[in-house]
Design a protein around this ligand. Structure first.
Ligand code: ZN
Length: 350
């Protein structure tokens, strides 16, 4: 637990029970306008864990930004501990509606950053010093990269104690044990032995209600499992389909691509998953799965070159059919939320 009385972020101190916004300057843009990281600090009256929630590390990934925005609107009554929410980490890329920084670098390869480094390295350092180091747990919200679509899923390392428990509590349809990338926020947190979970859902440049609903519900569930919020009686254990590995099935031919299977579907070796048509003739090449598993992501492209990634297929701990059942069940669980008007609940606890 960080600090017994005062929590200081960017030189601004907060007492228990207080909330507010801190702007952390990270540098000036070409226009001379100063760019700042906005951190929403929400302190509970009682001590507890300190959770950071970040989104927009990739500037075109909007589902997380919407989840964080709705999170800021929650009342968090009875909160124990602190929440630090950064709805847009990579503001410079967000302004460009781009995954990358203006210098084409990926912010998620620049952690833990450097106060004397590139613009992105300074953003990374500021986030580490003022947000990550003041937290005991972290959740980072993402979508698939441009041109791809992800089934809502959490990714975590089994190595750090508490990460898997957080992913389990999050209750996304799929939990994927995933390798780490040097320079990512995740790797910086894992080096600090901080329990951390990454949520991936939907596609870039869109706000998709199912992805937002899964994400918002997941963050609140994690907070309840950490004892930051009171447990709800309807908070039953929600088994995600746990997957140990995954890989992409690639195009054996270029052309016009169509997918025949939805996300979350169990697939067999030898099953036809899509077709690639010859744009100048009637010829069609079948996309045949060379493995058993569940589809957790796919390309959103209709035009593909040979070698392009088409279907992201994961190997689940239970059978693919059982995993598909769990995924369908989790989709049904969010249906009542999906039927509600999107903003009605933005000021009440989930
Ligand atoms: Zn991302």
């Amino acid at each position: 637990m960080i600090g017994d009385d005062l929590l200081t972020v960017g030189g601004k101190s907060f007492r228990r029970g207080e909330r507010g916004v801190v702007e952390l300057p990270v540098g000036r843009l070409v226009s001379h306008a100063e760019l700042a990281l906005r951190v929403n600090v929400i302190r509970g009256r009682k001590p507890g864990p300190s959770l950071f929630v970040t989104a927009g590390v990739h500037g075109d990934e909007l589902n997380g930004v919407e989840i964080a925005r709705r999170l800021v609107g929650q009342s968090f009554s009875g909160l124990k501990g602190d929440i630090l929410i950064v709805p847009v980490v990579n503001v410079a890329a967000f302004l460009l509606r781009s995954r990358y920084l203006p210098d084409r670098r990926d912010l998620n390869r620049l952690f833990p950053g450097n106060a004397d480094g590139s613009f992105g390295a300074r953003v990374a350092r500021t986030l580490m010093d003022e947000v990550v180091k003041k937290s005991t747990h972290g959740i980072d919200l993402h979508t698939a990269a441009t041109g791809r679509i992800n089934l809502p899923q959490t990714r975590m390392a089994d190595r750090v104690d508490g990460s898997r428990a957080m992913a389990k509590a999050f209750g996304a349809p799929v939990m994927l044990k995933a390798g780490n990338r040097e320079g990512s926020l995740r790797s910086a947190c894992e080096k600090r032995e901080m329990p951390y979970v990454l949520f991936e859902a939907g596609e870039a440049l869109r706000i998709e209600l199912p992805a937002v609903t899964f994400g918002l519900r997941g963050v609140m569930r994690v907070m309840r499992s950490l004892g930051m919020l009171r447990k709800k009686s309807k908070d039953r254990e929600h088994p995600s389909a746990y997957c140990m590995s995954s890989s992409w099935l690639r195009a054996s031919m270029g052309g016009l691509f169509r997918s025949f299977v939805p996300l979350g579907k169990a697939v067999e070796e030898g099953q036809v998953l899509g077709g690639i048509g010859d744009p100048f003739g009637s010829g069609e090449t079948e996309v045949i799965s060379d493995r058993r598993g569940i589809v957790i992501g796919r390309t959103g492209a209709s035009l593909v070159d040979e070698g392009d990634a088409l279907f992201h297929i994961a190997q689940s701990q239970v059978s693919p059919e059982k995993a598909e059942e769990r995924i369908l069940l989790s989709a049904e669980e969010v249906l009542p939320d999906l039927e509600r008007p999107p903003y009605r609940d933005s000021h009440s606890d989930q």
